[in-house]
Ligand binder design. Structure first.
Ligand SMILES: Nc1nc2c(ncn2[C@@H]2O[C@H](COP(=O)(O)OP(=O)(O)OP(=O)(O)O)[C@@H](O)[C@H]2O)c(=O)[nH]1
Ligand SMILES: [Mg+2]
Ligand SMILES: [Zn+2]
Length: 278
């Protein structure tokens, strides 16, 4: 039996490379996702088994995501809470986040400095413009299965088009209306951009509800990498770094060693998880 990566799904057909396969009878069609690594029978043209996944994203549906390019720009005004939620989501799902600052052509120096200061100890940052050739530098960061995320109008579709332009015949996202006509299902395709490296053509993930972040609130601080070195100074091992008096994180915040926006996102997310009983 051979193993392969599902790069496209079309009705009940699954594509491994350019070849179409059907799901074996005991495998339900809705149990196989783009990004799944599967065992397949080359003669029967059937998928026999889905190998265990490291993660599964719901909207858009994609399995085994390795890297997320979180896009922001000067316009629309950055939604730092969304960015921090996405970074946390990555940490909780074994995904490497990379920050892509798009629209370099209209980026002001203050925002640039601010972003570098806030995120330099958190994740790699890349400054690009979808309208410029240097957009291709994003390809150097592509490793495994990758996808873009970020708020509406930051330029995700433009970036995808700039990077995958030659490979895609059709611009924009494919959406298929279901029989009920209400729900739309986004069809994701993975494009091969290197030996084992793939870029998803989806520009989903423009929002992220806290309910999708599956983290115990008491472990949320572990998703904020730059807090780690200060946690030892907290009086209690169970410190949540909010109401406690002797807290290493809060003291680092007061000394400007932890960024205020990042800390605010932490508190907001902690409270959201708390109210959901996590
Ligand atoms: N100045 C400038 N404008 C850009 C750049 N990249 C994209 N834009 C513009 O930003 C606007 C939004 O771009 P899209 O690619 O549609 O944004 P998106 O993130 O896919 O938005 P949604 O699909 O709504 O989530 C468009 O008008 C683009 O032309 C850039 O590098 N510089
Ligand atoms: Mg778009
Ligand atoms: Zn603390």
């Amino acid at each position: 039996m051979k193993t392969g990566l599902v790069v496209k799904k079309n009705a009940n057909l699954f594509f491994i490379g350019d070849e179409a396969f059907l799901a074996r009878k005991n495998l339900k069609n809705d149990g196989i996702f783009v990004g799944d690594v599967v065992e397949y029978d080359e003669k029967q043209k059937t998928i026999e088994k889905v190998l265990p996944r490291k993660n599964l994203l719901v909207r858009p549906p994609i399995a085994n995501l390795d890297k997320m390019f979180i896009v922001l720009a000067s316009t629309p005004k950055p939604d730092f809470y969304l960015i921090d939620k996405l970074i946390t989501f990555c940490k909780a799902n074994d995904i490497s986040p990379v920050l892509i600052v798009n629209k370099k052509d209209i980026l002001n120096e203050d925002l640039k400095k601010d972003l570098q200061k806030t995120y330099k100890n958190v994740l790699p940052i890349c400054f690009v413009s979808a309208k410029d050739e240097d957009v291709k530098q994003i390809l150097k960061h592509v490793k495994g299965v990758c996808a873009f995320a970020g708020q509406s109008a930051v330029g995700k579709s433009s970036l995808i088009n700039a990077i995958l332009g030659e490979q895609r015949e059709k611009i924009g996202e494919l959406s298929v209306k279901t029989d009920r006509g209400k729900q739309t299902t986004r069809m994701v395709t993975l494009y091969n951009v290197g030996k084992n490296d793939y870029m998803a053509d989806t520009a989903g993930f423009s929002k992220l509800d806290e309910s999708l972040i599956d983290v115990d609130k008491n472990l949320l601080d572990r998703c904020f990498d730059e807090f780690a070195q200060f946690i030892d100074e907290c009086e209690y091992a169970s410190c949540n770094h909010i109401a406690e008096k002797k807290c290493g994180v809060k003291s680092a915040l007061n000394f400007g060693k932890i960024d205020k926006k990042r800390y605010n996102s932490y508190v907001k997310l902690f409270n959201a998880l708390n109210s959901k009983g996590r």
